[in-house]
Design a protein around this ligand. Sequence first.
Ligand code: AMP
Ligand code: MG
Length: 416
Amino acid sequence: MLPVKQAEEIILGLVQPLHDGEDTENVDLSSALSRILAKPVTSQLDFPHWDNSAMDGYAVRFADIEFCDDQQPAILEIVAEISAGVKPQRSIQPGQAARIFTGAVMPLGADTVVMQEQTQQEGERVKILAAPEPQAYVRHQGAYYKAGTPLLPGGIPIKAPEIAVLAAAQCTQLAVYRRPRVAIISTGDELVTPEQPLQPGQIVDSNQYALAALVAQIGGTPIPMGIVPDRPEALLEAIAQAVASADMVLSSGGVSVGDYDYVESILAQLGAEIHIRAVQIKPGKPLTFATFSGSATSNQKPVLYFGLPGNPVSSLVTFWRFVQPAIKKLSGLAEGWEPMWVQALTSDNLLSDGKRETYLWGKLNLVEGVYEFLLAGGSQSSGNLINLAQTTGLAVLPVGKTSILTGEQVQVLAIS
Ligand code: AMP
Ligand code: MG
């Protein structure tokens, strides 16, 4: 049984991220939200594009107003009015000023803006009652960004701020990483779909739905492969087909030591390299991790295989702990794919037998700047799917730790 940390290192060490050439596709800016930028973006535009005014006021030559105050105002001739979106038609000579509005282009000759509140207009003239700093309220061309330098790096998720930047830079087509393809197999003679009538002894295949939702939520494309009975030939065929059509395969069930648990022997038959057979984690001990040598679909990268435990809670917990960071790393994210840990104060007593690293589910709340963990009520059994609803955190008791009591610090894996 591998310690959790060691299992994580093995798994993440074997993930080869998508390639920033072969594994990309072009998308319109309007459908780029939450995709991952595959290549750095540069712009041929400076930001700001021109020197422009940050205020409503007057564009002036600083030398004309340097020594003015309300006792001895500078008096300038207003020779132009420049509103936003208009190109100035003339330059400002000594003794002159232009009425200017926020965002409007600075006229040649002027180097400073005096805000309206410090002026008094009198017909064709303006009195400047106070001098600002030289170059005040001028947003200079290229001050925020110089054309041709990196605007956005590759490997970042495209969220609203990036969309704003890309739109401003008129980047309407973007190279993003393709979505990782993740095949999902449910194994078990007892399983039926949610649509099928439930006979005595049968169980609904909730894992197929839960795993597909988890994959989609982090930007992958789930490929649901349905339910496969506990027959070696059927499993072999389904696994071979899944491996040929995806970057990663998730199966659930059939990885314990029961008579119908065939997954591991089939992986070996199909030539997979098995790296992990069991992990010192509760729930989720019978976790299998293997790699297949690359296929055309995976662009020759190894296909990653997770044999997740069948128990619904074990399946989700092992997904959050191991599969999610693996998919995120695979998807081309340059950073931020690691699990998110927070230190919280527990509001309940947390108990474990201390034999395995134990994950207890519940709610992670931020209360006045302090994280708080509330244990889900009811049974913390790996078969109890019901109280997993609304989970936002998994509290962890390390091996050897049998309790963390109310009010004490606990490490929590944040779930989004
Ligand atoms: P197994 O690992 O195949 O022995 O399954 C362990 C437990 O999880 C059994 O009670 C199964 O019925 C249940 N189980 C297995 N696969 C699923 C699934 N896809 N959805 C819901 N429960 C499952
Ligand atoms: Mg089974």
